[in-house]
Design a protein around this ligand. Sequence first.
Ligand SMILES: [Zn+2]
Length: 456
Amino acid sequence: MQKILIQNGEIINAQKRFKADILIKDEKIERIEYKMEAEADTVINASGKLIFPGFIDAHTHMGIPVRGTESADDFDSGTIAALHGGVTTVMDFTVQEKGESLVSGLERRKKKAAGKAHVDYTFHCNVTDLNDKRLLEIPEIIRQGVISFKAFLAYKEAGMQLDDRQILELLRSVRDAGGTVMFHAENGDLVEFLTDTYLKYQKTTAKYHGLSRPAEAEIEAVTRVLTLNRFVECPIYFVHLSTTEAAQLTFMAKENGQPVFLETCPQYLLFEEAVYEQENGHRFIASPPFRKQNDLAYLWMALNQGVMDVVGTDHCPFTIAQKDAAGGAFHLTPNGLDGVETLFPLLYSEGVKKGRLPLRKMVSLIAEEPARLFGLFPQKGIVMQGSDADLVIFNPEGESTIRAKELHSAAGWSVYEGIQINGEIESVMLRGNWLLKDGELQEENLNKGQFIKALI
Ligand SMILES: [Zn+2]
């Protein structure tokens, strides 16, 4: 393979930023040195540019069944979107059918991605139908390179909700095997009770999506998991945290020594519940719902202060037709929003440029920390000798506006339409291959995404 030398750029890792040249050979970073003298087939001048490790979206759902339809992006369109946003690794989820083994669920999901994905990928293992046989499979899933297991405290009607005894059993089995349990933390019984109550009075507009999934649903679920886990001490990870109180409770548990990690998503940093009362508010339906202004402010602060560990996107968009199919009825509208392509641009522009997030902290949240927590570090998540040559070359100059017609999701629209962004991703490299070069998609390097095995 050719040697590529990238000169004069400024490397931004989570731990430090520095000016250096990068020599790439055979998919890996061979050397990093200040003013390197080296033979190379191609020399790139990155003067004035920032060089980030390829970003990681720790939370995507490509082509999954939701409320009788399927999310609009499969691994093809979804990872085309990813690479344009500088995301070179996506962490998606398996889907466990009723009665299906975890191993079979993982196999099916791997087949869906193989040959289609344009960036590297790994999976978290959904555990929605749990019994003793499934618990015995956990070490095998970890041997196969998937070390995180996701439990739902909601979606009983869809047959996905685990009860407290199942949660305890899962926590113990995963702890013993060296993995992590992720939680969708909403009290599903409370949500279904409130939903049924609103439906009884024909309250079906988008506003009732938020009212049926109140902050208390998240707070109770987080409190319960933290309490149960005191008896197990398994590493746990809360996905898409949205409320101040739940984040504070988690942080207290962390301070008390519980191995607990937190994720939020750009939509919880940028949108308030009032969005649901706008025209076509139902198109913004995602769970958990958007919260209040003080929650947004707290979440930004939490990113900065180490309360939050990861920003993932929960990328799971639907077309306008899919979102509108139920006439706006909140309980029938598929849950999910776009996000993978705008993860970095939004965190950089709304966070770093607005002084709410230090640049290196941003790299920690969307590169190093997800790689560490989910067993990919230091192969992924850092620009370092020996790491995969996954790089983002970014020009911090200039401004533009997010336009759905310029994004690559098959959804065809974006909740982030019209937001101003700073700078421009110029080039993106996956294991030494350019996916994007000076803004141009490199067709010959597509479909080369690989399943990356996680190590405990
Ligand atoms: Zn999700």
